[in-house]
Design a protein around this ligand. Structure first.
Ligand code: PBG
Ligand code: ZN
Length: 323
């Protein structure tokens, strides 16, 4: 008789035949930095997540180091926002300063810089604006400049999240011209216009002042288009590709993983985090089980890398199961 249960009789054999695993080295942890002094502000819609001023960031870096997570994704929140997002490409902007500080104290950390204008523009859009339109080609040089300043500050990976066409080419060219031949590009290739980003927009005050992001981010109805986006980015020079959000787009992750052999990242975004946290804080779900099950789903679908606000908790849980 065929008995599938033979391979399930105890944890040792289950572990022996387990198809998928999550490693601490797969995880990237997002960190929010703000200007000012002595700030550790909770992000209300993301329990457990804070914005740190640079004089307080040490405590968070120690926590990350102790967790075993080695990769962090930096989001800078400037005080000054303007029409053209000047602070994004200021050599001495909050993001650049944070990268320099982190790399000087913790050179072993892999620092990923999110490249976009929306955290820095007064209108909250990811590109330049003219008559209510988000300009594409005019935005490219600013993104390239932002990437170069972050690379100069010490970023190991540049992660453009703006969804302008041609941005990977523009950024790769600028990095190369400035001598940053080994600065890696992780492209937010299939980034959807999603309702799951709203807690993040609270965290960085980047909600668009008018309209929405549907003229540049992808329509959530489309899967085949994700493949075209991914191939564009590969052709333009992306080293790592990304699908975002993760849980509502597992089919896209799976298709991209089967179609390409590039390292693939899944961004388990703020809204996905907040939903789990809210239910867990109400005692409705077991947070550890749900987080690890969700991560397993992303890995099973084909993601190698997971960007997640749960990273430090997950690292502790992964260590427990290995012990
Ligand atoms: C910036 C950016 C966003 C996220 C990452 N980079 C927000 C957006 O596009 O509105 C979302 C991250 C999250 O929700 O966790 N463009
Ligand atoms: Zn943006």
């Amino acid at each position: 008789m065929i008995r599938r249960r033979r391979l399930r009789v105890n944890e040792t054999i289950r572990a022996l035949v387990r198809e998928t695993s999550i490693q601490i080295s797969d995880l990237i942890y997002p960190v929010f930095v703000i200007e000012g002094k002595n700030q550790k502000n909770p992000v209300d819609s993301m329990p457990g997540i804070y914005q740190y001023s640079l004089d307080r960031i040490e405590e968070e870096l120690v926590r990350i180091k102790d967790s075993g997570v080695k990769s962090i994704l930096i989001f800078g929140i400037p005080k000054h926002k303007d029409e053209v997002g000047s602070e994004a490409y200021n050599e001495d902007g909050i993001t650049q300063k944070a990268i320099r500080l982190i790399k000087s104290g913790y050179p072993e950390f892999l620092v990923v810089a999110d490249i976009c204008l929306c955290e820095y523009t007064s209108h909250g859009h990811c590109g330049l604006i003219q008559n209510g339109n988000i300009l594409n080609d005019e935005t490219l040089p600013l993104l390239a400049k932002t990437a170069v300043t972050c690379a100069r500050a010490g970023a190991d990976i540049i992660a453009p999240s703006d969804m302008m066409d041609g941005h990977i080419h523009a950024i790769r060219t600028a990095l190369d011209e400035n001598g940053f031949l080994h600065t890696t590009i992780m492209a937010y290739s299939a980034k959807y216009a999603s309702g799951y980003y709203s807690p993040f927009r609270d965290a960085v005050h980047s909600a668009p002042g008018f309209g929405d992001r549907k003229t540049y981010q992808m329509d959530c109805a489309n899967a085949a288009e994700a493949i075209r986006e991914v191939y564009d980015d590969i052709k333009e020079g992306a080293d790592i590709i990304m699908v975002k959000p993760a849980l509502a787009y597992l089919d896209v992750i799976k298709t991209v993983a089967t179609e390409t052999d590039y390292p693939l990242a899944a961004y388990n975004v703020s809204g996905e985090y907040s939903m789990v946290k809210a239910a867990a804080l109400n005692g409705w779900i077991d947070e550890k089980k749900i987080v690890l099950e969700n991560m397993m789903a992303m890995k099973r679908a084909g993601a190698k890398i997971i960007i997640t606000y749960h990273a430090l908790d997950a690292a502790a849980w992964i260590k427990e199961t290995e012990a």
